[in-house]
Design a protein around this ligand. Structure first.
Ligand code: GTR
Length: 672
């Protein structure tokens, strides 16, 4: 016993000594110790991205664009990336086109040498571009590469870069052996097949990626200081790479093959940081993608997980402006954080991609930055991520901000490209939403949708406000017609309307009042017959669902509270059949051009039985094949549809869907 006791005492002493040593070292190195323990993540609060100069908060798009965005961008310049470098003229020294087949796609390969600046010895970059051969202008992804263009493709005739490259052997120049070694990061055949062009250039053409790279970077040729005593807001490699991406963009915009409105900037890791900064500084990029950009990229600096400001600025002092290093271990004092960087992309589409094993880049911190950036998209009536829950591995989520966390390691893989191509397909169709928003006076709409919309639903019935137009109420004829324009055959009793069913579910009733944007109030009671199915068919196009969904756990786009076929409810707020329920809906109609094409999405915010069920859900063309203009059409309906097309004003339909659902207290308040 005695002997054992001594042994344990000795061990305890050794452990205590070791622990003190570890503690001391971590304290002295501060943030140089990497934290991978979620429970050791400190509490932090992020600077408000909507805050402009004089602590004024942006409430609408014009506030943001005029005051807040420039202010937030300046913070990022001052404290993170350094000031922006003015553009210079780009001369095309050579441009060679070769037609080739990649898989099934005939493509044009364009090799160009661009000179940045007009001086005789101004620096150059070699751009390698592939575009599918097409009569139409094509969208293009642009990305910088680490090791030279020859490493990105298997083509045997791409010249090997002569510029400095990262290499383990310390020789830092590329050889034939590097050809195609990174081809998986630049899937030419796949992207051509998807209808996209792909362009790349070597980051070392602009700033060699090492501590002393400034001296041989292009910065000297641009008249920037490259010697001693560099000002603390002077850009480093990331600022220079981002500038380089913009110069390549200058050239891409001149090419007849390319759609100038669909040029996407993408980057992996440190070059993902550069892609984000390029997208922030240059709004001609239509979409921005960061792949595992991590610290100083998409990940929040205040979240002490993975790489930190202390670590990154020690290992790579040449990447950022030197001011950033002064925030090592005092991240909470930084006047901005990386969510501001992401917010700079708004209202354009942004995609943030992480990888599960890439803890160094802090996937969760990247996701949370995207969540925190989303309010800026809201100013444009657009949804950012549309969720606060990090998705499962290998699932892509989001609206105008896309996000996924891929299983596996730090790399840019086929899975990532699949998501990028899908996201670009859906966000950069010819009539992109964010672009069309530029054409209409949005301020009014933004304010309407952003203003507090908290209808009081506690006590039923709710009495209509003075400015409401009552459609169903006591002591009045309901302001509705039948589908043929004649009187309705729904039962009316004591201000309560009951749906009369029809075999083909076409006995809807149509309000005689029309509106464009409106607040809509309706009280209703579902019946056990035919699942209590009915709905508020707004303009006859978009349906706020009425359905017996009481107690349903897995709610879908077909349950009560959903914008039918567009968006499931945020929560299940349905009451049982036989109970009175209440909807309050703020409806902003989509805007259309003269050819009836949607210019900007519609938006809905809705409350059901005291719960928020839709918070700015957006919608475009109607999705149901059963809309009254297609199913059960009458001459009267054709007129209603015509008016809607000509004026943007349409009625509210109460839907017959085979169930004797009851309605009372239905009114609208016009917002248009
Ligand atoms: C790491 C660096 C990361 C990331 C990565 C890369 O060494 O710490 O911030 O940028 O390099 O670029 O591959």
């Amino acid at each position: 016993m005695k002997k054992n006791y001594g042994f344990f005492a000795q061990r305890t002493l050794i452990y205590a000594f070791m622990l003190t040593f570890i503690l001391k070292t971590s304290l002295s190195l501060g943030q140089s110790i990497v934290n991978y323990d979620e429970s050791a993540v400190r509490n932090y609060s992020l600077p408000n991205v909507l805050l402009g100069p004089n602590t004024k908060q942006a409430l609408c798009r014009s506030d943001w664009e005029k005051n807040t965005r420039p202010y937030q961008l300046e913070l990022l310049e001052k404290f993170v990336y350094g000031c922006r470098i003015p553009p210079v003229e780009v001369a095309v020294l050579s441009e060679k086109r070769t037609e080739r087949k990649y898989g099934d796609t005939t493509a044009v390969r364009i090799q160009a040498t661009l000179q940045m600046g007009t001086a005789k010895n101004a620096p150059t970059t070699d751009v390698l571009l592939y575009v599918p051969k097409s009569k139409e202008k094509v969208p293009v992804f642009l990305k910088l590469n680490f090791l030279g263009n020859q490493s990105e493709v298997t083509d045997e005739d791409i010249a090997i870069t002569k510029n400095w490259i990262i290499s383990k052997d310390g020789k830092n120049h590329a050889t034939e052996a590097s050809r195609g070694t990174k081809a998986h990061r630049f899937p030419v055949q796949f992207m051509l097949g998807r209808g996209y062009g792909l362009a790349t250039a070597h980051c070392g053409d602009f700033f060699p990626d090492h501590k002393d790279g400034r001296a041989t970077s292009i910065l000297g040729s641009l008249g920037r200081p490259i010697g001693q005593n560099i000002p603390d807001d002077e850009p480093g490699a990331i600022g220079t790479w981002a500038w380089g991406l913009s110069r390549i963009l200058d050239w891409l915009l001149t090419l007849p093959e390319i759609d100038p409105n669909r040029i996407i900037v993408v980057g992996h890791s440190r070059l993902g940081k550069a892609a984000l900064w390029a997208g922030a500084c240059d709004q001609r990029f239509a979409m921005v993608i960061s792949n595992e950009s991590g610290c100083g990229g998409a990940a929040l600096s205040r979240r002490n997980y993975g790489e930190s400001i202390g670590l990154i600025t020690k290992r790579f002092p040449h990447w950022f402006c030197s001011k950033l290093s002064t925030f090592a271990n005092r991240e909470s004092e930084l006047p901005c954080d990386q969510h501001s960087l992401l917010a700079m992309v708004a209202p354009r589409p942004l995609y943030v991609a992480s990888a599960q094993n890439d803890r160094w880049a802090d996937p969760k911190g990247e996701f949370l930055a995207a969540v925190a950036a989303a309010p800026v998209w809201k100013l444009y009536n657009l949804q950012g991520l549309g969720t606060r829950e990090i998705p499962p591995v290998d699932v892509s989520v989001g609206e105008m901000i896309g996000y996924h966390i891929r299983n596996g390691n730090h790399d840019l893989l086929q899975f990532d490209w699949n998501q990028f191509a899908d996201f670009a397909d859906s966000k950069l169709e010819k009539d992109t939403v964010f672009k069309s928003n530029d054409h209409i006076p949005l301020e009014v709409r933004n304010n309407q949708i952003l203003n507090d919309f908290h209808p009081d639903q506690r006590v039923l019935p709710v009495y209509p406000p003075a400015d409401a137009v009552i459609l169903v109420g006591r002591d009045m004829e309901p302001k509705f017609t039948a589908m043929n324009g004649g009187p309705i055959d729904w039962a009316v009793e004591d201000g309560v309307l009951t749906a009369t069913r029809s075999a083909r579910h076409i006995n809807h009733i149509i309000s005689t009042e029309v509106f464009q944007d409106a607040d809509i109030h309706a009280e209703f009671m579902t019946s056990p017959i035919a699942h209590g199915n009915s709905g508020l068919y707004i303009h006859g196009h978009y349906e706020m669902q009425i359905y017996d969904s009481f107690g349903v756990k897995q709610i879908t786009q077909q349950d009560e509270g959903s914008l039918y076929r567009f968006k499931k409810p945020l929560v299940n707020a349905a009451r049982p059949t036989g109970d009175w329920q209440v909807y309050d809906i703020r409806f902003i109609a989509p805007r259309r051009d003269k050819d009836d094409q949607i210019l900007s999405q519609g938006i809905v915010k809705a409350w059901l039985n005291g719960k928020l069920v839709q918070d700015g859900a957006t919608f475009t063309e109607p999705r149901s094949p059963y809309i009254p203009y297609k199913h059960g059409v009458t001459a009267h309906l054709k007129k209603v549809e015509q008016t809607l097309k000509e004026t943007g004003q349409g009625p509210l339909f109460l839907q017959d869907h085979g169930s004797p659902v009851k309605f009372r207290n239905v009114w609208i308040k016009r917002l248009d």
